[in-house]
Design a protein around this ligand. Structure first.
Ligand SMILES: Nc1ncnc2c1ncn2[C@@H]1O[C@H](COP(=O)(O)OP(=O)(O)OP(=O)(O)O)[C@@H](O)[C@H]1O
Length: 299
């Protein structure tokens, strides 16, 4: 369990993280989503005791990270895949961590195997690793102490599609066995595929959070008509404001019945009328965290 209460971090007068509160429950994957510079890394660094908060608090299993004895046995952390000493081999990185955590070194080959790094990769120096291999090594390190909680900052960066699919399976399995996962990304699709809950942050503030299915259900109705101009007029007359999707539909923040009746009254032929689902979440993400960097996030 991770509990974040009113965390705030100011740099100079600028709030990088502003009054952020959320919890991550055992058995769930929480997707921490926001565009570049939104405050995800700063929040995670505060949870892990690396950045002191200006105010507020964070606990892992009801204890502040810095007060955890042998923290690697409680929480696995991957904040920066390139933080490892580049002159060490993957095996050495894990062996040193095993000694620090009091873990049998025989666990090291198993840890490498768990993340798809073979014996040859384990003997190579980290400087020769691709970013994807570094992410895998970082994940092996996070999992080495058999923790109940995982905190991962953009772990899919540098992984190829097969690697991303593999990682989703690993995180899903970890949560299904009772683990708690907090996973950040600036890519909606990446998080949406694996998360049970979403926490969306924009400019340091939480802009939405909740159960993924509930957020999807709240995300409006997608409507598409044979005559888009006539649909626009019908919506306007009904006092509804929609957001155009890239493929010609309109997401309207209301239920399907209101739109269906308005269209029927106007004799308008509808081609599609359904819960907006992930398309709506995409629109919500764009609206809530409006800014240029967000355009990249929904690709
Ligand atoms: N050490 C620091 N000193 C000053 N400003 C900082 C520092 N660390 C972060 N910031 C600022 O805080 C804000 C939030 O940054 P943060 O790295 O937490 O965002 P992020 O959501 O993780 O983005 P990204 O995905 O780009 O890493 C940004 O405006 C950033 O410039």
């Amino acid at each position: 369990m991770i509990t974040v209460e009113r965390l705030t971090k100011r740099y100079g007068g600028h709030p990088a993280v502003d009054d952020v509160s959320f919890t991550c429950e055992p058995g769930t994957v929480t997707g921490f989503l926001g565009p570049n510079g939104a405050g995800k890394s700063t929040t995670m660094r505060m949870i892990c005791g690396l950045t002191p908060p200006t105010s507020g608090s964070a606990t892992v299993g009801s204890t502040p990270y810095r007060r955890l004895g042998n923290p690697g046995r409680h929480v696995g952390v991957l904040l920066d895949a390139s933080a490892q000493h580049s002159g060490r081999t993957g095996r050495e990185v894990l062996s040193l961590a095993a000694i620090t955590m009091g873990i049998d070194k025989r666990e090291v080959p198993k840890a490498l195997d768990r993340v798809g790094l073979n014996a040859t990769a384990g003997k190579r120096r980290v400087r020769a690793y691709s970013l994807g291999m570094r992410q895998r090594l970082g994940l092996a390190l996070a999992l080495l102490g058999d923790p109940a909680v995982l905190i991962l900052d953009e772990p899919a960066n540098g992984l190829d599609p097969e690697g991303i699919y593999w990682m989703r399976g690993l995180l899903r399995d970890f949560a299904d066995r009772g683990g708690t996962v907090l996973l950040s990304s600036h890519l909606l699709r990446e998080v949406e595929a694996v998360a049970d809950r979403l926490v969306v942050i924009g400019a340091g503030k939480i802009v939405a959070q909740g159960d993924k299915a509930e957020l999807l259900a709240q995300s409006g109705t997608l409507v598409r008509a044979a005559d888009p101009a006539a649909l626009a007029m019908v919506l306007e007359r009904a006092g509804l404001t929609g957001t155009r999707t890239t493929d010609g539909g309109v997401v309207v923040p209301t239920g399907s019945e209101v739109i269906g009746r308005a269209a029927a009254d106007a004799g308008l032929v509808l081609l599609e009328l359904r819960p907006a689902g992930s398309g709506g979440l995409e629109q919500m993400f764009l609206t809530l965290t409006a800014g240029d960097s967000v355009k990249e996030a929904v690709r």
